[in-house]
Design a protein around this ligand. Structure first.
Ligand SMILES: [Zn+2]
Length: 291
């Protein structure tokens, strides 16, 4: 997965909040906020209630750091550095969805920033720590990634990793942004757990949207050639690694579909594949019928 060397990157879509509060760990114990807001926004099968603290959704802090603007100007930079690669992936994903929204003509796409952090981060959904894993906060319309998570994906979750695994995770979070713009996030309501829950359906739709982007990525003009089978295998491997059954087996030693929030490994791979095979967001209707 290489970027076209001469393509312009728009680094303003990514904020680098740098070092954060190293060693701070998760701040727990405050009131639970934004459960509805964060539901479905997490990649991993963790309880959202344990992730955020604080009594109120607070506004996101002002943007910090402009270093990415200087570092990440061209596709060639994205081929060299991990942070610039994130910029390139985010640019391609948003370029794709912008086009889809424009074609439909109902409402315009609004750009969502990605925030890179390490340790702790203050978000419109409250304070969050690295343990959260990547997430999307509907309240401030930002996707949050601790780049360390991707090592974690390999170490703790046994994924093969690789640049395309990372691209899948980013595209999944932007899937949530699309759902937020389309109003699908509110479909979850209280139906937050269980193999057939709205939460699982929302997550699988985000996986499907990630596959749809992958299929259309070449047309966004950011990449120099189509993704390879190996790229797609990396995405599927990452999707499988974060399946609820796989995580439960590892953490509890047994599988309990009643507790699923994101879907099984098989379901996550299946829906990514549906998106990738069809390239059509309309085929990502996970809310009606079997999943
Ligand atoms: Zn998710």
């Amino acid at each position: 997965m290489d970027f076209r060397e001469d393509v312009d990157l728009d680094a303003s879509q990514v904020e680098d909040r740098g070092s954060g509060f190293p060693g701070g760990g998760l701040m727990l114990g405050g009131g639970i906020i934004g459960i509805v807001a964060v539901i479905g926004a997490l990649l991993l099968g963790v309880n959202p209630a344990s992730l955020f603290s604080g009594d109120d959704a607070r506004p996101a802090p002002p943007r910090q750091g402009t270093a990415l603007n200087e570092q990440c100007r061209k596709g060639s930079d994205a081929n060299q550095s991990e942070k610039c690669r994130v910029v390139g992936v985010v640019n391609s994903i948003q370029h794709y969805w912008q086009g889809v929204f424009a074609e439909r003509g109902k409402h315009p796409y609004s750009t969502a920033r990605t925030v890179l952090f390490s340790g702790q981060v203050s978000t419109g959904c409250g304070q969050a720590g690295s343990a959260v894993g990547p997430f999307y906060c509907p309240a401030d319309r930002r996707a949050y990634f601790d780049l360390g998570f991707f090592d974690e994906l390999e170490r703790r979750f046994g994924a093969k990793g690789g640049p395309f695994a990372q691209a899948y995770v980013i595209a999944h979070e932007y899937g949530h942004h699309v759902q937020n713009l389309l109003g699908n996030m509110s479909r979850v309501g209280r139906d937050r757990e269980g193999a057939d829950s709205a939460s699982v359906r929302l997550e699988l739709q985000a996986d499907c949207y990630a596959g749809v982007w992958a299929k259309n990525a070449l047309d966004t003009g950011f990449y120099d050639k189509p993704f390879t089978d190996n790229d797609i295998r990396e995405a599927l491997d990452a999707a499988a690694a974060v399946g609820d059954d796989r995580i439960q087996e590892r953490t509890q030693g047994r599988v309990d579909p009643e507790g699923w929030t994101h879907g099984s490994s098989q379901q996550r791979m299946t829906w990514f594949t549906t998106g990738y095979a069809t390239g059509s967001p309309a085929r990502c209707d996970t809310f009606s019928g079997g999943i």
